[in-house]
Design a protein around this ligand. Structure first.
Ligand SMILES: C[S@@+](CC[C@H](N)C(=O)[O-])C[C@H]1O[C@@H](n2cnc3c(N)ncnc32)[C@H](O)[C@@H]1O
Ligand code: SF4
Length: 376
């Protein structure tokens, strides 16, 4: 069996920083494409030496806003991936884009590099909400970006953020119903999270507004399951919905706890090297990353069995398909762990059937509590 391998490339720049976002992002600065190409090539070559005789299942340009990256950088990464590993047949090459008018004009050139899946950060189809979210596009430009993307790329997906303050259940029903009319085969629906250190965090602390009530967010989550299921895009992960065979192959690698390489500032990787599970993290600061002499890695850690179990559950229980438990898993070999698992089953947070552990719909909604019950 082929073991999937993905490459994630982090492009850290955005034209402005959204008030909810805590990714490793920086306001656009002068980009020297030659310097970027050299640094990304340096790291791709480093990781290719560690992972010989493997082909890539997927390549993912995330950010930040990789639709702002020079086309020459995208071309160079794709060519290097082809040269160093080669792509499996039907490999997925995704790029995240913001739906501004300026970026739409580059879709054709982006598609010509070999990107075959575009992920659009639509966030909302309501102009007032887009303003609140600090976005520099309108609902109309998002809709035209979706249409244009559909004519340029084999597959598209777009993100929406719900559970916004003052968004009623009916508002969400209207917005999601409209979103489902565009014919995308994949949707990511995220509940607004107030991340520490963001502008939204400061506003909430200053009591300028209040986040949505948990009960309403839970109703909105349930409504999303219902509407997407009825439209033929059922959830396959807590926040992700797809038509059959349209799941994100790249993100499935993360959730199935398979191997992926991370290059670009702050990118994370997980690799199985000589039988050991290794976690990697690239230098987060772009200048330090670009200047690194050999490889832009800040951390390399070998994960012990317990750390791997925590990660495998944290990622795998997000998926509807859940995870396989093996005979030597602590849930079978350790009485205290077995009791915790039984408690989570009794609380209807998980199901264990034929050696497969899956979270129930309610369990997925309260995943942090579930993980605490199982692992705490
Ligand atoms: C790397 S970001 C998006 C890429 C692109 N720059 C954009 O903004 O469209 C991935 C997605 O995470 C979601 N996201 C980021 N921060 C979030 C938050 N605090 N709460 C909910 N969703 C969030 C947004 O939907 C965003 O599109
Ligand atoms: S949400 Fe997207 S555009 Fe906004 S700051 Fe984060 S990565 Fe950049």
């Amino acid at each position: 069996m082929i073991t999937p391998l993905g490459v994630y490339v982090h492009w850290p720049y955005c034209t402005r920083i959204c008030p909810y976002c805590d990714f490793n992002v920086y306001k656009n600065s002068n980009v020297d494409e030659k310097v970027w190409i050299a640094a990304l090539t340096r790291d791709l070559e480093h990781w290719a030496r560690q992972t010989p005789n493997r082909k890539l299942t997927s390549l993912y340009f995330g950010g930040g806003t990789p639709s702002l990256a020079p086309i020459a950088v995208l071309e160079s990464v794709i060519k290097n991936c082809d040269r160093l590993w080669g792509f499996e047949a039907g490999a997925e090459i995704t790029l995240e884009a913001n739906p501004t008018d300026a970026e739409q004009s580059t879709f054709h050139d982006i598609a010509a590099t070999g990107v075959n899946r575009l992920s659009l950060g639509v966030q909302s189809l309501d102009d007032g909400a887009l303003k609140f979210l600090g976005r520099n596009h309108t609902a109309q430009s998002a809709i035209s970006a979706i249409t244009l993307a559909q004519s340029n790329f084999e597959r598209i997906t777009f993100d929406l953020i719900y559970a916004r303050p003052e968004q009623s259940l009916d508002d969400w029903r209207r917005e999601l119903t409209q979103a489902l009319t565009f014919g995308a085969s994949h949707l990511s629906l995220y509940q607004l999270t107030i991340e520490p250190g963001t502008a939204f965090d400061r506003q909430v602390r200053a009591e300028r507004w209040q986040p949505a009530e948990d009960a309403l967010s839970a109703d909105q989550f349930d409504l999303a399951q219902e509407l997407t299921g009825a439209a033929g895009l059922p959830a396959y992960e807590i926040s992700n919905h797809a038509a059959p065979n349209a799941q994100s192959r790249h993100n499935l690698i993360y959730w199935r706890y398979q191997d992926y390489i991370g290059v670009g500032p702050g990118a994370h990787g997980r690799l199985t090297l000589n039988g050991a599970r290794v976690a990697t993290e690239a230098l987060a600061n772009p200048q330090e990353y670009l200047a690194a002499p050999k490889v832009g890695v800040s951390e390399l850690e070998t994960l012990d069995q317990e750390a791997q179990l925590v990660e495998r559950l944290t990622m795998g229980l997000r998926l509807n398909e859940g995870i396989t438990l093996y005979a030597d898993d602590p849930f079978y070999t350790d009485d205290a762990r077995a009791a915790k698992l039984q408690q989570a089953i009794d609380d209807k947070l998980v199901l264990l059937q034929c050696g497969r552990l899956t979270a129930t719909q309610h369990g997925r909604l309260v995943l942090n509590r579930l993980l605490y019950e199982l692992l705490g």
